[in-house]
Design a protein around this ligand. Structure first.
Ligand SMILES: [Zn+2]
Ligand SMILES: [Zn+2]
Length: 201
């Protein structure tokens, strides 16, 4: 008795293909090439970009996937477990050591990279204390909180330079961090003109 052949559409390219009925559970793709593509694990970026979001009139882009208790979008990636972190890293590059990514829009589920800013943990705490207490004093200490002189800030920006592409720099943010006793995040904010903004040449 001849084996009965079944027609199916390839899961990857939608081309019809034929195979014996007893293989129905085994065959999803028309060819090895399609199977290689179809069985590939999606990249982190693909997973992120395929996640549903809802752009709002105010510019916020809300994450519609899983949300944690504090309202932050959950998304597991190599650098953390939040969607806004990955969104920032994807749009602006690596998150500097010691930095937290915080919202300028105060909207935890928002993943619009333009609403996200790196901050030192202490900077974030200060900001939170200000919001909670309406401008109370918050004492901070330790690396990352050290006050720099105008000269030091200008020196850091000069050493970092302005025109050289990142990969050709003579200094790293880490080496500046060690040299000046400020967190890498603090250095990053200085060279990006996100802190000490009054001190520019
Ligand atoms: Zn195919
Ligand atoms: Zn926003």
């Amino acid at each position: 008795m001849p084996r009965r052949m079944i027609t199916k559409l390839c899961d990857e390219c939608s081309t019809p293909f034929w195979f014996p009925q007893n293989e129905i559970k085994l065959r999803r793709f028309c060819s090895h090439a399609c199977a290689a593509i179809g069985r590939r694990i999606p990249s982190t970026e693909e997973r992120f970009q395929e996640s549903p979001v809802a752009p709002q009139a105010d510019g916020c882009v809300l994450w519609l996937g899983a949300i944690n208790n504090h309202g932050y979008g959950r998304f597991t990636w190599s650098g953390g477990e939040y969607a806004h972190q990955f969104s920032y890293a994807l749009a602006k590059g690596e998150i500097p050591d010691g930095c937290e990514i915080t919202h300028t829009c105060d909207n935890p589920p928002c993943i619009n990279p333009d609403h996200l800013i790196p901050r030192t943990h202490s900077g974030n705490m200060k900001d939170m204390m200000k919001k909670v207490r309406g401008g109370g004093q918050y004492k901070s200490g330790g690396i990352g909180n050290r006050k720099l002189t105008i000269e030091q800030v200008l020196e850091i920006r000069k050493m970092w330079g302005v025109r050289k592409p990142h990969e050709h720099r003579d200094v790293s943010q880490k080496s500046l961090s060690d040299q000046f006793g400020v967190s890498v995040c603090g250095i990053s904010r200085i060279v990006l003109n996100k802190s000490y903004t009054r001190f520019s040449e």
